[in-house]
Design a protein around this ligand. Structure first.
Ligand code: ADP
Ligand code: MG
Length: 474
């Protein structure tokens, strides 16, 4: 698998020429990001970082990841509707983690009041790495499922076109023709449009709830433009705008300065730093409203690492998806070892094992967005410190996935062109819409491949570690 482009990776002149073409093609195709210096203006932009070459991905695992996506949609939807499961699963976590606790408080509060909207829109991305066994065979292992603000469904569609061109420039015309078409933004927009339609008001708009710092705006614009093409209006607002302009009428319809909102699509709201008192109030207003939320707060909670860990317990999937034994089997086949650090003997035992052999594990807090997990020596030190305190329960442990590295070039503005040993993470986008108890849409919407140099244990594209890539099926 590592040998896909062996003949070209070491040909410095060919690589230099191809990289120059690749960067210009990425700019032309719209694979763009705003700069760190001017994150809220589009006067000067960069290309979003990407690999020079498409990375090899085992075809069977790629197909397996697509085949299980509708099952994961079903599962996330089922968890989000299961109050007892969420309550039990998160009970220990919310004692130790304030952020999850605050999300949970809002969840309980809106349930108590009664939900104003029977339509639910889920957009998620299930991420995987290819674990390399001792015999050299690779297995698909889920890293996590992102149920809020899953990004790069727009920009990723631009990367495949660039890679097709790069392969041609490198004399690989035949291989270029094998790269798959991929446009998740279209699928995401289809889901949002369906929810908008079910909301049932021509005048109402879709509100993208966006960050204060908007470097990744072009990715979001891809989805926005798909909606405008369907004659659905889009507005972009931040939490503070909601606090200042948002209101509910007597039937809890959401208005922003007089404009009715049918769908709230969160591209923000998953890290504690987002929230001050006002922004928490804004979040509560949105959750109480009749607008369709993508995701609603229950679905955000369904995406926590603690829920992921509890789902891996024997018997849990069967309880959540009764009557779906095949879906359960497909889902379980993607799970890595996941371990609770709750107080008690089970947690004591796994904590001791991880302290003794930290390189086997990843220690994960209830956080999203990359750069939060702990590995190796750092894992050992932290676990040693918290092993006898309740703080331990705000983390979970996971088996560390060890993929086979491949050589590639990571193209990044202002960075030297140099070959790196890289590993990749495959994401599959899922979209579903439920009206009452009826699932009216359930689809896989496309894929995303992100690649990083092996020396980085953690971190996504937004964090400046991983870059966009295209799978080359082998
Ligand atoms: P986040 O919500 O911050 O994205 P993730 O669980 O996706 O958290 O972890 C972030 C990154 O850490 C992943 O993109 C991956 O590169 C690495 N990682 C996470 N879990 C594992 C694992 N079990 N084995 C190896 N690497 C992992
Ligand atoms: Mg992740």
């Amino acid at each position: 698998m590592a040998a896909a482009w062996q003949d070209v990776v070491r040909d410095a002149a060919a690589v230099r020429e191809a990289a120059a073409v690749a960067v210009d093609a990425a700019l032309l195709a719209g694979g763009l990001m705003r700069t760190g210096e001017q994150p809220n203006a589009s006067d000067v932009v960069n290309y979003a970082p990407f690999t020079l070459l498409p990375s090899p991905v085992p075809r069977a695992l790629f197909e397996q990841a697509y085949a299980v996506q509708q099952d994961f949609n079903l599962l996330v939807d089922a968890v989000s509707q299961n109050k007892e499961f969420l309550e039990q699963t998160l009970a220990s976590t919310i004692k130790a983690d304030d952020f999850t606790a605050q999300l949970f408080r809002i969840y309980m509060q809106v349930l108590e009041e009664g939900l104003a909207q029977p339509v639910f829109l889920g957009i998620n991305r299930s991420d995987y790495m290819f674990d390399c066994g001792l015999d050299g065979t690779a297995a698909l292992r889920q890293i996590e499922i992102n149920t809020i603000a899953a990004s790069f469904g727009g920009l990723t569609s631009r990367t495949a076109d660039v890679h097709r061109l790069v392969l041609k420039v490198l004399g690989k015309t035949e291989e270029a023709s094998h790269l798959l078409p991929n446009n998740p933004a279209k699928g995401l927009a289809l889901g949002i449009a369906k929810a908008w339609e079910l909301y049932g008001s021509q005048r109402a708009v879709v509100m993208f709830l966006v960050e204060e710092v908007q470097r990744n705006i072009f990715d979001q614009r891809c989805v926005e433009i798909e909606l405008w093409n369907r004659n659905i209006g889009v507005v972009r607002k931040r939490f503070r705008d909601v606090f200042e302009q948002g209101s509910l009428d007597a039937s809890r319809r959401l208005y922003m300065d007089g404009q009715e909102v049918a769908v709230v699509y969160y591209r923000e709201g998953y890290v504690p730093q987002t929230y001050n008192q006002q922004n928490w109030e804004a979040r509560l207003l949105l959750e109480r409203s009749r607008a369709v939320k993508c995701p609603d707060i229950a679905t955000q909670l369904a995406g926590t690492k603690k829920v992921q860990q509890e789902l891996s317990r024997p018997g849990t999937l069967e309880k959540l998806l009764p009557g779906h034994p095949e879906a359960v089997a497909r889902i379980r086949a993607t799970f890595a070892g996941l371990y609770s650090l709750d107080e008690g003997e089970e947690g004591d035992r796994i904590a001791a094992t991880a302290i003794a052999d930290p390189d086997r594990f990843v220690l994960k807090p209830q956080r999203e967005g990359g750069g939060n997990n702990l590995y190796g020596e750092e894992l050992r030190e932290v676990l040693e410190k918290i092993k006898d305190s309740p703080e331990r329960t705000s983390y979970i442990l996971m088996d560390k996935i060890k993929p086979q590295p491949a050589l590639n070039y990571l193209l990044r503005a202002h960075s030297p062109l140099q070959v790196s040993e890289c590993i990749s993470e495959l994401g599959i986008f899922g979209v579903y819409v439920r009206q009452g108890q009826q699932l009216v849409l359930n689809q896989a919407a496309g894929h995303l491949l992100r690649t990083k140099a092996v020396e980085h244990a953690d971190g996504g594209v937004a964090a400046g570690v991983a870059v966009l890539d295209t799978p080359y099926l082998v």
